[in-house]
Ligand binder design. Sequence first.
Ligand code: PAF
Length: 278
Amino acid sequence: MKIIKTIEELKEEISKLKGSTGLVPTMGALHNGHKSLIDKSVKENDNTVVSIFVNPIQFGVNEDLDKYPRTFEADCKLCEKSGVTIVFAPTPEVMYSSSKDNLTLICPPYSAVDKLCGKSRPGHFDGVCSVVAKLFNLTHAKRAYFGQKDAQQLFIIQKMVKDLNFDIEIVPCPIVREEDNLALSSRNKYLTQDERKIALSISQSLFEARKLVEQNIATKRAIVDNSLALMKELDVEYIEFVNYETFEFQNEVDRNTLMLIAARTPISKTRLIDNMKL
Ligand code: PAF
């Protein structure tokens, strides 16, 4: 496995690869959720490139860029064991020749970003799309793998690929959960022991919502009330229902409904997200 830190070296190594390439874009602090993406890519492609880059332009001023977990050595070991061909781990200076206000960015439409996570994280998806587009161009990947936990990110990237005719297949990968159903996230590292328990009320809300739908108690109000009661120790940012194909809000739950939750924990103020098809 090659660990590459510059664009020149990456271009050279990519030009030598034979067959198909799968790309797994990450910000490091790899966990079993990332591993499931990597395993799928290794299985479906001749080569797999994993990028490890904490992308500064997708973080807002008061967000956790500086304290975002960095576990580079362990990440490389996981990649090597999983059969990755190249780890691309540039510095911000390598990726960006100037500050965000002086860069050409890809800005997804207002209709896609003015809701859910985009509402509280202005500019976040411009940063995500811009870095992902650069990675697509640099790796010439045939497929790129993204987790369904970041459902809005996945929707926006699929839209970018379609709108801008990127020649790449986006492969959505299911959410990976701990045994007690907490969705895996690099940010789970911030949680105190108590918060870890409190955070379970997020996935519990989603699983109970699914049960309510099965029992035909499918009004939004009933599901939201039940979720708010379960998540009373969290600072809930949103509980929303969208059509998973269009990401338009829904007033009634139907077979296309994706329920999404974002909430902050009380002590470390960790922002957690999760979602489920109902
Ligand atoms: O989901 C993430 O980890 C990041 O948003 C991504 C896609 C690697 C872009 O920096």
